[in-house]
Design a binder for this molecule. Structure first.
Ligand SMILES: Cc1cc2nc3c(=O)[nH]c(=O)nc-3n(C[C@H](O)[C@H](O)[C@H](O)COP(=O)(O)OP(=O)(O)OC[C@H]3O[C@@H](n4cnc5c(N)ncnc54)[C@H](O)[C@@H]3O)c2cc1C
Ligand SMILES: NC(=O)c1ccc[n+]([C@@H]2O[C@H](COP(=O)([O-])OP(=O)(O)OC[C@H]3O[C@@H](n4cnc5c(N)ncnc54)[C@H](OP(=O)(O)O)[C@@H]3O)[C@@H](O)[C@H]2O)c1
Ligand SMILES: Cc1cc2nc3c(=O)[nH]c(=O)nc-3n(C[C@H](O)[C@H](O)[C@H](O)COP(=O)(O)O)c2cc1C
Length: 578
């Protein structure tokens, strides 16, 4: 309700006229301010999110904030802690979820997803819903998790009020359109919610952000490895003047630049004269500038090849597109970049403007923050594995890691922003023991965790499993970790040097060797964290945890699975894997 404006008693009106006028003026003021005009009872809306690294959670928060400006009663719920008995009672359900692994749900959404896909859930006849599905089309199972939620809810009798929107990497525009549309459907007279701020405005709030990255200064940048093939850079960035802040567990988004030599090679091979081209921000820049700073010239995917094939007339590409086989796509795309298409499958473009229409926007990369702000005020540290490989006769490098590792100059000001990740936090209670598994660059957030636990004089025990090929060259932060052992911050440190002996030794081997002790820690309430490679290491560590639960916890296979699911639900098993 809008409170009426008080009309002074000495004004020449009757009490009834004064009351009417007060109400009318209040409505006018509200309209002028752009605030919503509530009508009827507030519309209940549950915003249910599934998020691995915080993007879906961030959008859910924005949506709830937006709904609060209108005549809605929003209720934000994390899939990880949502009481599924409430599902059939929901009136309006807005789902925002990402997809992880190979088309899998985020960890926190796994249990709800498994239950929903089973025969257990009730009919959902009274539920109106819509899904915003976050993903990345460079993965073959694009937006799989959101797609499955969407079709299963429909199969269970829920009413889809707006088609699912699949987000390819950059959520801002699709989120803005989807949220506007669902709000209009849920309560058509709540249009004023939009005039109070678009998704983009909300993102812009509070200074530097993904939309408006901070042009940072790199103050230190050096290789943490000794001589050898591996290069892992400690990149120390000053946040001075940015007012950006972060918590341990967050990631830093970094906007890279493409390598100039590859851009020049592409331009030289294109069949038109390079002129000015538009960018996604609306400016006109030279094609060279656009290919360095604005467009993705890295990994290719099915969608790009389909567009390229239409302009190239290559019989090989045509056969690839027509066969449309997953394995064939993967084989072709692996280890190839835009330059391979330009050089080997010449295509017709009228000019640069035409060329860039088929390219995707250059995306920022995320890096788990490797410092605690308490130990390094005003700075943020990253631990960046430099990606290099040879394929199809070329030496290649990952765009962002080689930008940070090789191509920064004294004038470089990498655009950065803080990507908050509430799904990867230290326990609020400093007495809780913590077990961390972070081989390779997976050590990053755990350096930050240890710094934080030391700075806050947390009493809980800390146990770190770290691994890398060789102890002599690859003991990242070795001096610091040894120092943490000496000063008692690290109660246990287990190191898996995979290539120092004939047989590989990995972190999960050391976990299994120490299974009885680990189980004891779990009984004492320990929280378990994993960071690093998603495709192999994180799966093997998960399997090792399961065997520890069966062997040392004496649980049956089903009980062990349930135990681990409960750890996840209780936020005692958290992963930051990539
Ligand atoms: C939440 C999160 C946190 C992260 N934290 C960290 C971190 O702390 N440290 C860190 O180093 N990284 C981290 N990453 C990974 C990081 O974001 C980048 O993905 C990584 O640096 C590679 O980016 P790039 O631009 O250098 O490579 P890209 O240009 O994106 O290229 C990588 C691609 O190159 C191709 N490729 C790689 N190797 C080969 C090969 N041998 N043969 C053929 N093709 C190959 C693959 O297609 C691969 O996907 C994190 C990722 C996420 C999502
Ligand atoms: N998304 C991306 O584009 C991207 C970019 C960078 C890194 N990554 C991934 O992130 C990972 C981190 O890279 P990194 O160089 O820091 O470390 P890494 O390659 O993961 O290697 C760290 C240690 O883990 C070992 N290891 C290999 N397989 C394992 C397994 N199944 N279980 C446990 N340990 C295993 C390695 O041993 P061996 O090498 O001796 O087998 C090495 O000793 C990479 O594996 C890579 O897949 C992805
Ligand atoms: C290791 C990893 C695996 C991913 N797997 C998929 C996938 O199979 N399908 C997909 O569409 N997107 C995939 N993605 C992209 C994420 O869904 C996307 O980045 C999303 O915005 C993340 O949202 P979140 O931060 O809320 O988890 C993957 C991302 C990572 C880092």
């Amino acid at each position: 309700m809008v409170s009426p404006i008080q009309i002074p008693d000495n004004a020449p009106f009757t009490p009834e006229q004064r009351q009417w006028l007060g109400g009318f003026m209040a409505q006018l003021l509200v309209q002028a301010s752009g605030a919503p005009l509530p009508s009827g009872p507030a519309v209940p809306v549950t915003v249910l999110f599934g998020s691995q690294t915080g993007t879906a959670e961030g959008l859910a928060k924005k949506l709830v904030k937006k709904l609060k400006k209108g005549n809605f009663e929003p209720n934000m719920q994390d899939m990880g802690t949502y009481d599924r008995d409430n599902l059939s009672k929901e009136k309006n359900l807005l789902i925002i979820t990402s997809t992880y692994g190979d088309g899998e749900p985020p960890d926190s959404a796994l249990e709800l997803h498994t239950w929903l896909m089973s025969d257990a859930p009730p009919a959902l006849a009274g539920v109106s819903y819509s899904v915003l599905s976050l993903g990345d089309s460079s993965y073959p199972d694009f937006c799989q998790c959101g797609t499955e939620f969407d079709s299963r809810l429909e199969a269970l009798g829920a009413t889809r009020i707006h088609p699912r929107v699949d987000v390819d990497v950059d959520p801002d525009e699709p989120y803005a359109e989807w949220s506007k549309a669902v709000i209009a459907i849920l309560a058509p007279d709540n249009g004023a919610v939009e005039s109070n701020g678009t998704a983009t405005d909300e993102i812009e709030e509070g200074g530097f952000s993904k939309k408006r990255p901070f042009p940072s200064a790199v103050v230190k940048n050096y290789n943490l490895n000794g001589p050898g093939p591996k290069q892992t850079n400690q990149v120390e960035i000053s946040l001075e003047g940015s007012e950006l802040s972060y918590e341990v567990g967050d990631a830093l988004g970094v906007y890279p630049e493409n390598p100039e030599d590859v851009v020049d090679e592409i331009i030289a091979a294109l069949p038109f004269r390079a002129g000015e081209v538009p960018t996604s921000t609306g400016e006109e820049v030279s094609l060279r500038e656009a290919l360095i700073r604005h467009y993705d010239i890295g990994n290719i995917n099915k969608s790009l090849i389909c567009k390229w094939q239409k302009r190239s007339g290559s019989p090989y590409l045509r056969s690839l597109v027509e066969a449309d086989e997953r394995k064939a796509w993967e084989n072709f795309c692996w280890g190839r970049d835009l330059i391979d298409l330009v050089l080997n499958y010449p295509a017709d473009f009228t000019d640069g403007e035409d060329f860039v229409t088929i390219l995707k926007k250059l995306q920022p990369r995320l890096y788990s923050i490797a410092s605690s702000p308490k130990a390094h005020p005003g700075e943020v540290h990253l631990c960046v594995g430099i990606v290099r490989y040879d394929s199809h006769g070329r030496k290649r490098g990952g765009i962002c890691s080689t930008y940070l590792g090789d191509r920064l100059t004294d004038d470089s000001k990498p655009g950065v922003y803080v990507h908050s990740n509430n799904a990867f936090r230290l326990p609020a209670d400093g007495d809780v023991p913590v077990i961390m598994v972070g081989p390779g660059t997976g050590i990053a957030p755990f350096r930050a965790f240890l710094e934080e636990r030391k700075a806050t004089a947390a009493k809980g025990k800390n146990w770190l499993f770290f691994g890398n090929p060789h102890s002599a060259t690859d003991y990242l932060y070795g001096d610091e970790l040894d120092g943490f052992v000496k000063d008692g911050t690290l109660g246990r440190l287990d190191l898996a040097w995979s290539r120092d002996q004939k047989e590989k030794v990995y972190v999960q081997n050391l976990m299994l060797e120490n299974g009885a002790e680990m189980w004891k820690w779990f009984q004492e309430g320990a929280a378990f964290y994993v960071c690093g490679d998603a495709s192999r290491m994180a799966k093997d560590v998960d399997a090792a945890l399961l065997s520890i639960a069966t062997e040392h916890g004496k649980l049956s296979d089903e009980e062990a699975v349930a135990y681990i699911a409960q750890l996840k639900k209780d936020k005692r098993y958290l992963r930051d894997v990539y």
